[in-house]
Write a protein that binds this ligand. Structure first.
Ligand SMILES: C=C1C[C@]23C[C@@]1(O)CC[C@H]2[C@@]12CCC[C@@](C)(C(=O)O1)[C@H]2[C@@H]3C(=O)O
Ligand SMILES: O=C(O)CCC(=O)C(=O)O
Ligand SMILES: [Fe+2]
Length: 367
């Protein structure tokens, strides 16, 4: 992993954020800057076993590959259990996140993300596309975190760095495993992807870890934790604390579905680059985070992508006369730049065929 690549990718995309981070602890009402139109956060109620609940897949089950392929096509998201990342590591990451966000504001601002940077403390990059601020604060780790961590805790940053490093390593292993399971379901092997090295390892692949903190809010219906978006990744792995808040819209659907925290489960999002690789077969999932009236919520998202400078394009095996190539080749670096300018119009802007056209895959399903 070289995540310096991600830092380079953003250098030319300075963000002029009118969205300032506020000290949520110091607020006793919702400031105008954070007051969204009442959202009516009613959502489809989901229970375990409900066919409309995001699938939970046990990675030790024999049929996990088929279940993953199905979930990617029909949902663009699934949860995994028995994924081999230990509970104690996830608990430690959560604890380090809480330690970070509970620091005084002036301390956190010492590690503020630069306008053209990727790592550090601040509001999410997509904030500039919304007239109102989000009810959250974030910390992004793409390159070395020692510099930022030592600004936060001058004498006590080692535990934070070790925990995050270990988490990135474990998540990177899991992301590789999941990427090949997802692609394997489409009949794609390591030979079909030029930028995959021997043993399927994406040498020089880039990644980032994002901690999101959503303070409790007395009127959660009037604020937005993290506005609706898709991730610009191959796939993302989300660990959420035991307070619910992650919601998504199923492909072709119109209702927001809550992903209830499931003990030990990690949520896996199909990202925009996987959508491109799969030539549109796997939708990248539209998701958002809402906030809780009484409980603070924390999530940790791992963003997995290819080396930022390799061209990603629909895999040749998935393109033929009946299934024309839907997207032009693009590097992750270029794509992050396009997303920074066009946000949700970024992916459609790469489309080679009209989005109206519908195709049928080998199983007779439309996509
Ligand atoms: C790899 C990345 C994905 C991300 C941009 C980033 O370089 C690091 C932060 C990521 C994040 C987290 C919150 C939502 C999001 C849309 C954003 O603004 O920053 C994602 C970015 C993304 O997926 O495009
Ligand atoms: O907080 C969450 O559950 C979602 C976080 C997320 O979507 C992101 O960081 O991109
Ligand atoms: Fe996301």
């Amino acid at each position: 992993m070289t995540s310096k690549g991600l830092a380079d990718a953003f250098r030319a995309h300075t963000l002029n954020l009118h969205h300032k981070i506020v000290d949520f602890n110091a607020l006793n009402s919702i400031p105008e800057s954070h007051a969204w139109k009442p959202q009516g956060f009613d959502h489809y109620p989901t229970r375990g076993g409900d066919p409309e609940a995001v699938p939970i897949i046990d990675l030790t089950e024999e049929n996990a590959p088929e279940l993953i392929g199905h979930a990617c096509k029909k949902w663009g998201v699934f949860q995994v259990i028995n994924h081999n990342i230990s509970k104690s590591l996830l608990d430690d990451v959560e604890m380090e996140g809480k330690r970070l966000f509970s620091l005084p504001m002036d301390q956190k601002l010492k590690a503020a993300r630069l306008p053209n940077g990727v790592s550090g403390y601040g509001v999410v990059r997509i904030s500039r596309f919304f007239p109102k601020c989000m009810w959250s604060e974030g910390f992004t780790i793409a390159d070395s975190m020692v510099e930022h961590a030592s600004q936060l805790w001058p004498n006590n940053y080692q535990k934070f760095c070790d925990t995050i490093e270990e988490c990135k390593k474990e998540m990177n292993n899991l992301a590789h495993r999941l990427m090949w399971l997802m692609l394997g379901s489409l009949g794609i092997t390591q030979k079909d992807i030029e930028w995959a090295g021997p043993n399927g390892k994406v040498e020089g692949g880039d990644d980032a870890l994002q901690m999101n903190s959503y303070p409790a809010c007395p009127d959660p219906d009037r604020v937005m934790g993290l506005a609706a978006h898709t991730d610009s990744t191959i796939l993302s792995i989300i660990h959420q604390s035991n307070t619910s808040g992650l919601q998504l819209i199923r492909e072709g659907g119109s209702v927001w579905i809550t992903v209830p925290p499931h003990p030990g489960a990690l949520v896996i999002h199909v990202g925009d680059l996987m959508h491109i690789l799969s030539n549109g077969l796997y939708p990248s999932v539209l998701h958002r985070a809402i906030v809780n009236r009484t409980q603070h919520r924390l999530s940790v998202a791992y963003f997995f992508g290819p080396p930022v400078s390799v061209k990603v394009s629909p895999i040749k095996k998935l393109v033929d006369e009946c299934h024309p190539q839907l997207y032009r080749p693009i590097t992750w670096s270029e794509y992050l730049g396009i997303k920074s300018e066009l946000f949700d119009k970024g992916l459609p802007s790469l489309r080679l065929c009209s989005s109206q056209s519908r195709f049928t895959d080998v199983n007779g399903d439309d996509y």
